[in-house]
Design a binder for this molecule. Sequence first.
Ligand SMILES: [Zn+2]
Length: 124
Amino acid sequence: MTRLFAGTPFDIPPECDDCGKLLSECVCSPEQKAAVAAKQQREADLLPPEKQTARVNVQKRKGGRKVTVVEGLTAQANDLKSVLATLQAACGTGGTSKGDTVELQGDHAGQVRTSLREIGYRVK
Ligand SMILES: [Zn+2]
């Protein structure tokens, strides 16, 4: 079987995530194997950043505090936790990822747009 992303950063070695052995030698339980399959499916669902457009806007919440909200990137096609971690580090602030949105505390629209473009996303 040819792997779709062989030789690219998207390439996933055919090893079991639980025991680290090649899948052909893996002795993990069906539950563990199902977890591995689910992870591989999630990775197969990922879309390249350059094919996606993020929308960045600043919203006011209760008490007047501001949050920078990233929309337009789905949790299915993106590793939003990784995107969140990158944005948190770039902005020096906290945030959350919920559903298909990423939120950063405070008004960081400029930095968020810059960081998303650095990852490769198109940004509106
Ligand atoms: Zn295993």
